[in-house]
Every structure is written in structure tokens, then in C-alpha cells.
Design a protein around this ligand. Structure first.
Ligand SMILES: [Zn+2]
Length: 343
């Protein structure tokens, strides 16, 4: 693992459309074919991820949207289901959740997403935050594992969420946390700390070593590839998706491109291309399609070439990583197929 083969060669920007690729983290929340068109034109398969958030349609509606698109375009789309915690604390919650997951698996869900509302929103009857290592989740996680389904976990937030806006590294984080102060934990010092979130996730993984786990958003360790490496070393059944965090790798590449490149080569079996793009009822579809395409080409350029680049998230220039072809093939295709059986 991890040795660079100098004869493997490199892709160019022009190879973007010809190489078969996956994006394992998008959100299609309306019955619309923009992403299907993108998949056809740019040679992608997508995993649309249902999320238990009040910002999205009801989870059953998200599932119906995914299913109707999958029936029409089975070669372009797969879906990840989720579950509600509305009845948390009631006796029936566990049975209802297992029933919903069973039904989702029968309908073809290949993954389950658990979102940051666990750890950051849900409270028990004593007003304490419910964390993902709460024993009441164990039967649910066991059921996911028994069905050979992958768990996608988004726990906590980028480290920037614990900083004042002016100290955040990335423009996207400055914008998101200014617009969503409820998740800007710097403003809520009484809430669980960054380490509390990471520790709860790690405790959950220790209890479920055979659960196949994909940490969304670089496993919330986006700020330092060394920290992410330590975590991947500790949990061999964990991979990470890069959704909405590629710019954090670019930010680290300003100072230390060799370190970021070496990390991606060493952990080439554990990193999955993903973007977090999505389509909502309010999206302008023409603008959306172009901007998603352009940003995906920019990501490709970062991984495949050594071009000088700029992105809108910070001021500094950085260079592409020019990863070997075989590493790109894993990040964009083979790892998705390995970590999401059935995708
Ligand atoms: Zn997402």
C-alpha cells in the first residue's frame, strides 16, 4: 500500500470526462434530472444521501424522490437512507427505526446516514445532548452491520466552528456559520466541545469494530492530515469522504503540498471523492449545473495536475497535487465500489 509507481503516469484535465467516477455524497431533494444529466455528460455515478434535517423535505419524501430517480436511471444513482429521532426516549423508537431501515434496505438503500443532529441538537429528558456512543444506538448500528450496509457519519463540525468568524480559515465556513449561528459553537460554549464530538464517534467505532464506516467531511478532521492519518490508523474499518472539505486540503497545500500529497498516496484506499452538492426546490437549474460541473473540474485539476490554482475560499495560490493515475482511480472509483457495496 502507498508506494508511488513512477511508471503509472498521470491524467490531464482533458481526461476528466473519459474516466469513470463516483461522487458518494450529494443531496437530490427534488425530482429533477440535473444530476442525471451531469452524470451522463461527465461520466459520474452518484450516491444521493437522505438526511434527517428540518432544512430538507421529510425523510420519507427524500426517500421517494431517490427511489423514483433510481427506477428511471439505475445506472447513474444509488441512495443512502436515514432515520428520525422524533420519538427518541419513547419505547417505540427502536422498533420504528429498525422497521424504517429494514424497509429502506428492501427498497435498495446501500448506506445509512447519521447527521450532526446527534451530538449537536438532540437532547434527552434531562436536557443533556445525546451523543452517538449512547447505548440506545447500539441495536441500530448492529442491524446496519448485519445487513452489510455502510454507515455514513457526520458528527460534529469543522474545527472552524469553535472559532470566531474572523479566525476561520475558509470562506465557506465563515459564510455557513454566519448564516447558521445555531451550529457556530464558539457562540455556545456550554455545548459539547470539538473533542467531545470526536471522542463520541471514536467510542462508537470502538464498540462496533466490524461496522463499515465512512466519516463524512473528512471525518471532521479536515484541518490536519496528520490528525486524520492517526484516526485512520486507529480504525481500519473507517474511510472518509471529502464532501465539502476539498478546500481544506487545498488550504493545507498552500503551506505543505508535499505532506498533503504524501497523505493521499499513503491512504489511497481510504479516501473517497464526494462533494455535498445538491438540488433543492429553489435551485436555479441552469446556474446549478454549470457551477457543479465547474467545481468538479476544478477538483479534478487539483488532484490530477500540478497547475497553479486559486479558489474562492481563501486568498493564497496553491499547486495541484498531480497524484498518480492509480491513486486517482481509487479516490474517484475503486474506493466507492469497495466501501459502498452495491453502489
Ligand atoms: Zn451532505
Amino acid at each position: 500500500m502507498g508506494e508511488e509507481n513512477p511508471t503509472s503516469g498521470f491524467y490531464t484535465v482533458d481526461d476528466f470526462k473519459t474516466v469513470k467516477k463516483y461522487d458518494t455524497h450529494i443531496h437530490i431533494n427534488v425530482e429533477d434530472t440535473t444530476f442525471i444529466q451531469l452524470a451522463n455528460e461527465d461520466n459520474f455515478r452518484f450516491l444521493t444521501v437522505n438526511v434527517n434535517t428540518s432544512d430538507y423535505p421529510h425523510i420519507e419524501d427524500q426517500r421517494s424522490i431517490a427511489l423514483s430517480l433510481i427506477i428511471a436511471y439505475p445506472d447513474r444513482l444509488a441512495f443512502a437512507t436515514t432515520f428520525t429521532v422524533k420519538n427518541w426516549g419513547k419505547d417505540e423508537w427502536q422498533t420504528q427505526t429498525l422497521d424504517y431501515l429494514k424497509e429502506s434496505f428492501e427498497k435498495g438503500a446501500i448506506a445509512v446516514k447519521i447527521w450532526k443532529n446527534i451530538g449537536m441538537e438532540l437532547k434527552d429528558k434531562n436536557g443533556k445532548f445525546v451523543m452517538i456512543d449512547d447505548p440506545r444506538f447500539d441495536p441500530i448500528l448492529d442491524f446496519i452491520e448485519r445487513n452489510n450496509v455502510t454507515l455514513i457519519g457526520h458528527f460534529g463540525e469543522p474545527l472552524n466552528a469553535w472559532l470566531p468568524v474572523e479566525q476561520m480559515t475558509i470562506a465557506g465556513d465563515k459564510k455557513y456559520f454566519s448564516e447558521n449561528p445555531q451550529y457556530h459553537i464558539y457562540l455556545h460554549p456550554e455545548d459539547p466541545s470539538y473533542n467531545d464530538q470526536i471522542n463520541a464517534r471514536n467510542n462508537m467505532l470502538k464498540k462496533h469494530p466490524n461496522l463499515r464506516f465512512v466519516g463524512a467531511h473528512l471525518g471532521s478532521l479536515e484541518w490536519d492530515v496528520d490528525e486524520l492519518a492517526k484516526c485512520l490508523d486507529k480504525f481500519p474499518n473507517m474511510a472518509v469522504d471529502m464532501a465539502a472539505r476539498i478546500t481544506h486540503l487545498q488550504f493545507q497545500s498552500v503551506k505543505n503540498p508535499k505532506k498533503v500529497r504524501a497523505f493521499l498516496i499513503k491512504y489511497q484506499d481510504r479516501i473517497i471523492y464526494a462533494t455535498d452538492h445538491g438540488v433543492a426546490p429553489t435551485s436555479n437549474l441552469v446556474v446549478l449545473k454549470k457551477s457543479v460541473h465547474d467545481s468538479m473540474v476544478s477538483d479534478w485539476r487539483f488532484f490530477a495536475t500540478n497547475d497553479e490554482m486559486n479558489v474562492s475560499h481563501f486568498d493564497k495560490t496553491f499547486k495541484g497535487l498531480k497524484l498518480p493515475r492509480e491513486v486517482i482511480d481509487k479516490i474517484y472509483r475503486k474506493n466507492a465500489e469497495k466501501w459502498f457495496p452495491g453502489i
